[in-house]
Design a protein around this ligand. Structure first.
Ligand code: MLT
Length: 266
């Protein structure tokens, strides 16, 4: 679907919008773009107004300089202002989850509920920070093909890699379509991100946590920590699925999301 664009904080933010009703904002992971939410846009827009932006440096949204989680979160807040959305269900997968945490810390009153998919609250370890910097340099020097090569086996389970060429191609295309400067800026943004663990016991909005049972990058143990710390949260573990659970198992992911929304409807 063609993107709409809004000028937000000095950049043209591309986004897609579908449906009517209370708002849901979906924040994609790294190094992907809004198209990763294709199946969710379709399912959730039956009863809701769903907005999926390309976060700065990804998809059709450029980056100028840095791309911290807070900058991405502020872009989302200003985009919501420009669309007359005061409060929304904020859903983020992986890096999108880091942005959802940053958004919640900056604008708690604008969060109606949270969906945290294949993500974690902790900051990077020292080793992870070194790997981020190496990957940022690799993206800039060798391009996104090299990043796709290295990342694909960590993103999808072997069965999907073997048997589902359409999904493999979709994920690959998102990665190689990402601007290397955008990827490097996001990697440095993730490397610098703060630990959000202290936020978890203070959250007082309905929260759904989703994770693929085979997620290697943000494994179920991270989801269980969030579930333990966030009062009243729900945890859905999708069996046989890796890191991009919404692309790999859209039916199960959508079912978990829609059932959660049903519990928070007025
Ligand atoms: C993502 O999918 O957004 C990334 O894998 C997140 C990360 O590397 O921490």
């Amino acid at each position: 679907m063609r993107a709409a664009k809004k000028r937000v904080r000095g950049i043209e933010v591309a986004y897609e919008e579908r449906g009517r009703g209370s708002a849901i904002v979906l924040l994609h992971g790294f190094p992907f773009n809004r198209s990763m939410w294709r199946d969710q846009m379709e399912a959730l827009s039956v009863k809701h107004r769903v907005i999926a932006p390309d976060l700065r440096g990804h998809g059709e949204t450029p980056v100028t300089g840095s791309a911290t989680m807070e900058e991405m979160a502020e872009d989302v807040a200003v985009l919501m202002d420009s669309l007359d959305i005061e409060r929304a269900v904020i859903g983020g997968l992986s890096m999108g989850g880091y942005v959802a945490f940053a958004f919640t810390r900056l604008h708690p009153e604008r969060v109606r509920a949270l969906v945290l998919a294949d993500t974690r609250a902790q900051a990077d370890t020292e080793e992870a920070r070194r790997n981020r910097e190496a990957m940022a340099n690799r993206a800039l020097q060798e391009g996104m093909e090299a990043i796709a090569e290295a990342q694909m086996p960590k993103l999808l389970v072997p069965k999907t890699l073997r048997e589902e060429p359409e999904k493999v191609a979709r994920v690959r295309e998102m990665i190689v379509g990402t601007n290397p400067e955008g990827a490097a800026a996001a990697l440095r943004g993730m490397k610098a991100r703060r630990d959000q663990s202290d936020l978890l016991p203070r959250l007082n909005v309905p929260t759904l946590i989703i994770v693929g049972s085979e997620d290697q990058l943000t494994p179920p143990t991270d989801a269980e920590i969030m579930h333990h710390e966030i009062r009243g949260s729900r945890l859905e573990i999708i069996k046989g699925t890796g890191h991009i659970s919404n692309v790999e198992c859209p039916e199960e992911f959508n079912h978990a999301f829609v059932s959660f929304l049903d519990t928070i409807e007025p």
